[in-house]
Design a protein around this ligand. Structure first.
Ligand SMILES: C[S@@+](CC[C@H](N)C(=O)[O-])C[C@H]1O[C@@H](n2cnc3c(N)ncnc32)[C@H](O)[C@@H]1O
Length: 255
């Protein structure tokens, strides 16, 4: 049984790379993404960490991005969310618990092309009691049918789209075209891994999400967009204000 008074502070000295945020100087506090969880939710998350520590996969975003998403969702009652790239289900669980607190059923459509990832994350969504709030869909984010399926599940155009999938340059360009068109007017698209450091995640070695985001912004000069940590090249200290060296990009669709 995890120590509920410590919660994520118990990870402060954990040497595994996925816990890097908890080891940063001064981060000896519990961020609201974890302190806001009910005790049963926290226990489920600890069990999820135990299983994925043992067997993987480890591919989830970290505290800076999920906290940013948490703020956007809770502060605006975002109730039509799409995530491209589910992996083992970390963000799907944390967003799902937020949606449950907000009583926003059918609020997250989370897509992954890997059947094993879908099976695993679906199992955790069921264990967390979130079946009415999160759909784990198996499919390719580049498929023109995917935005149609998302809209059908959410009951309208997405208000928030989180892109965290292949990290390949060409695929990300295609995702931007397809999913920007699906976004509701006034809504937001968030891209994980836009930094120079994260360009390494592109298995095609063509510059990754960062290059795609930069070119897409250039091709759409009227667009409101923003990039945090695009120049970050390393996970080493000292870190800039936004602590995730993978960086984040935001695109706001005008009304
Ligand atoms: C970095 S992980 C996602 C982590 C997740 N967003 C989180 O924070 O918990 C990337 C996932 O994207 C999936 N993926 C890669 N290319 C994809 C595509 N074209 N369509 C759908 N999923 C894709 C992979 O199978 C992998 O599980």
């Amino acid at each position: 049984m995890p120590d509920d008074s410590l919660r994520s502070r118990a990870w402060n000295d954990n040497p595994q790379a996925r816990y890097w945020w908890h080891d940063l100087p001064g981060n000896d506090y519990i961020p609201p993404i974890y302190s806001d969880l009910a005790e049963t939710e926290w226990i489920t998350l600890c069990e999820w960490y135990d299983e994925t520590d043992r067997n993987g996969p480890i591919g989830e975003c970290a505290v800076p991005l999920i906290s940013l998403l948490h703020g956007l969702v809770m502060g605006n009652r975002a109730s039509r969310i799409v995530q491209l790239g589910t992996c083992a289900g970390y963000s799907a669980l944390l967003l799902g618990w937020m949606l449950r607190r907000m009583n926003a059923a059918h609020g997250l459509f989370s897509l992954d092309l890997n059947p094993a990832m879908c099976e695993m994350s679906r199992r955790w969504i069921t264990r967390a009691g979130l079946e009415n709030f999160v759909e784990i869909a198996e499919g390719n984010s580049l498929d023109a049918q995917s935005p149609i399926a998302a809209k059908k599940y959410l009951g309208g155009d997405p208000e928030l789209i989180i892109v965290d999938s292949s990290h390949e340059y060409q695929a990300t360009l295609e995702e931007l075209d397809l999913w920007y068109a699906a976004l509701a007017p006034g809504a937001l698209l968030v891209l994980h891994d836009v930094s120079r450091f994260a360009a390494e995640f592109d298995v095609t070695q063509q510059g990754g999400v960062g290059r795609a985001f930069a070119e897409w912004r250039k091709a759409h000069p009227g667009m409101e967009s923003f990039c945090l940590n695009g120049d970050a090249r390393t996970m080493e200290l000292p870190r800039p204000f936004y602590k995730d060296a993978c960086g984040v990009g935001l695109i706001h669709k005008p009304l």
